[in-house]
Design a binder for this molecule. Structure first.
Ligand code: ADP
Length: 399
């Protein structure tokens, strides 16, 4: 049996998952958070042979990521699964920003870490935390290769006409300003899973993927390659999100700077953390928003309308960019679970060959499922995403 450990680290937390790669099943997963405090918390789920999850947790002082990994190893030793019986052959790390430098999974060397650190100017909150996690994990697992998988990598196939902003070219080049795109691991995973499910070669399909979680992005995938995507230099661009504006006239920032004396930090916070459906309605969770909208709350109804209006706008744009569309795929928390958002987004698109089957759309299920009618020329699917599994697959592919 071959196992891969997948790590997703933030500045004060990391998530982990041990995956057995022959059957692609999760053996254990967990989260260490509030690192750097006396009240750090570790929660560890080990999956028993019958598929049940046993949960173990503890609050204790954890000063840094290295101590966090030591705590994780304690939990594996005490509660299982045994890392002696399931030794990871590699550790796969999620890294947010690979800039224009990284377009495939890469084995970690000191030079690779320096390059990831160097890209921190493009992802100041994420890349330094990712490097810290890699270094700490290398101390805990010194004898196996560590591999980095970038959120941006899948979008490195965007053509220049799609990734270039119409900004002064010299300025853009000097400061590496262009569209990079994010959620790439998820867009790649679900577009390939959909092809497998439909028993089609991904190279023959034109697909539009809607990854709708707290962060949200849409990607046009031609023949398995990303050719257009909604997030940009940062994950702020594009769709309306839980707390992010998505597209907004950049002059709003100039205006608020002049009129409300807002500085860069305040605008960053406003656009990234206080806007989106939360800023419009007070609800950042789609379940709460739809419930409130359905109770007749005007602000919530408006927020949902704005959210769906933007989705339609992008969907239409990507249709025209692709020319012909085989599948539309919904994934992530909202995409997989909100029949209402799916129905409103695809409402009235019969003339474009998209016809949702109301009963199929409402039916809940765990796996991949078709929610369009048999007559619909575009196949609409719900495909559960699994970024950890994709990171593990890519990790294994390079070692
Ligand atoms: P993240 O981007 O943090 O990984 P997720 O992919 O977990 O986010 O998605 C979180 C979103 O999914 C939240 O807005 C949540 O309300 C929404 N969601 C989860 N379950 C449901 C559900 N049953 N119905 C509607 N929305 C849901």
């Amino acid at each position: 049996m071959t196992s891969v450990l997948v790590i997703n680290s933030g500045s004060s937390s990391f998530k982990y998952q041990l995956i057995e790669m022959d059957a692609e099943t999760t053996l254990a997963r967990g989260l260490v958070e509030r690192i750097g405090t006396d009240e750090a918390h570790i929660v560890h789920h080990d999956v028993t042979d019958s598929g049940e999850e046993e949960t173990h947790e503890q609050t204790r002082a954890i000063r840094n990521h290295t101590e966090g990994f030591a705590a994780m190893l304690d939990f594996f030793a005490e509660h299982g699964p045994s890392l002696t019986e399931h030794p990871p052959v590699a550790v796969g790390h999620r890294v947010v920003h690979g800039g224009a430098r990284f377009f495939e999974p890469t084995v970690v060397t000191n030079l690779v870490k320096i390059n990831i650190q160097d890209l921190s100017e493009l992802a100041p909150l994420h890349n330094p935390a990712n490097v810290e996690g890699i270094t700490a994990a290398q101390e805990s697992f010194p004898d196996v290769p560590h591999v980095v998988v970038f959120d941006t990598a899948f979008h490195q196939t965007l053509p220049p006409k799609a990734y270039t902003y119409a900004l002064d070219a010299a300025t853009a080049e000097r400061y590496r300003v262009r569209k990079y795109g994010f959620h790439g691991t998820s867009h790649k995973f679900v577009s390939e899973e959909a092809a497998r499910f439909l028993e089609r070669d991904v190279a023959d399909l034109n697909q539009i993927v809607l990854h709708l979680g707290n962060g949200a992005s849409m990607t046009a995938v031609r023949g398995g390659k990303s050719v257009e995507t909604s997030m940009g230099l940062t994950p702020l661009e594009g769709l309306v999100m839980g707390t992010r504006t998505g597209d907004i006239d950049p002059a709003v920032a100039f205006h608020l700077h002049r009129r409300a004396d807002m500085g860069v930090a305040e605008l960053d916070d406003l656009f990234n953390k206080k806007s989106g459906i939360y800023g419009l309605s007070g609800h950042r969770d789609m379940r709460d928003l739809t419930e409130s909208a359905n109770r007749g709350d005007t602000a919530s109804r408006n927020a949902l309308d704005v959210y769906v209006h933007r989705l339609k706008q992008y969907l239409g744009g990507y249709f025209f960019q692709l020319g012909h569309v085989d599948t539309v795929i919904f994934t992530a928390g909202i995409g997989e679970n909100s029949a209402e958002v799916r129905a409103e987004t695809l409402d009235g698109l019969q003339n474009y060959g998209i016809e949702l089957d109301a009963a199929r759309n409402e039916r809940r299920g765990d796996g991949i499922r078709v929610i369009s009618t048999d007559e619909s020329s575009v196949t609409v699917l719900v495909v559960p995403t699994n970024e950890e599994l994709e990171i593990a697959r890519q990790t294994l592919s390079v070692i």
